[in-house]
Design a protein around this ligand. Structure first.
Ligand code: VGL
Ligand code: ZN
Length: 201
């Protein structure tokens, strides 16, 4: 008989990495992800648990200039979204980010896009400084910023736990989200529902 996978429990060296839970990616936003608001409740539960255990919480945000190269008017694939300082770029109001959370802004210059939280930011340095070895990743969107952040996290030597109940996909082509999950697990991420993550003994 095959032995069951080792249970996952929160432990020192873990950090919660919340990707781009911003108004423009939620229903009603300019680049709305279907059921994007569903990620908030499981993330809030993990925020509370990580706060209690004094584990670092990091939130990335898409933080574009008005003339960003990913916008359609400049030949990019997307409608304008997450323009720095606008309400659409703000974190979702119900997301209970503590004041102690680290905020990392990405894709902040006109001519470069970055789907990864590691792209052109100091995220890796900040995680290293905090002694982080394993990332619990949730947020938006599965097939873009989650996929690329997880890929870079693994490439930078972090263990990655993908929070299956706390991610949602854009699904430009149906199945993109599932294919992204398959790719992340193939690369070594462990996909698990947040309710199945235990507290330390
Ligand atoms: C994202 C599309 C454009 C994301 C960002 O956060 O997944 N997707 N910009
Ligand atoms: Zn963007």
């Amino acid at each position: 008989m095959q032995s069951p996978p080792a249970p996952i429990t929160l432990q020192p060296g873990d950090a919660l990495l919340i990707v781009d839970v911003q108004n423009d990616f939620l229903p009603g936003g300019s680049l709305a992800v279907r059921q994007g608001d569903d990620v908030v409740a499981p993330l809030n539960a993990l925020i509370a648990r990580c706060t209690q255990l004094r584990l670092p919480i990091v939130a990335t945000r898409d933080w574009h200039p008005t003339d960003h190269c990913s916008f359609r008017e400049r030949g990019g694939p997307w409608p304008p979204h997450c323009v720095a300082g606008t309400p659409g770029a703000a974190f979702a109001l119900p997301l209970a980010l503590p004041g102690s959370a680290t905020i990392v802004s990405k894709a902040v210059t006109p001519d470069l896009d970055a789907y990864s939280g590691f792209g052109g930011t100091d995220l890796h340095d900040r995680l290293q400084a905090a002694g982080v070895r394993r990332l619990l990743v949730g947020g938006l969107a599965t097939d873009y910023c989650i996929l690329n952040t997880v890929r870079d996290g693994l490439a930078n030597g972090y263990e990655v736990i993908l929070l299956t109940d706390a991610i949602r996909a854009v699904d430009v082509t149906p199945g993109d989200g599932q294919r992204a999950i398959d790719e992340m697990t193939r690369l070594g991420a462990r996909a698990i529902a947040s309710a199945d993550i235990g507290n330390p003994a």
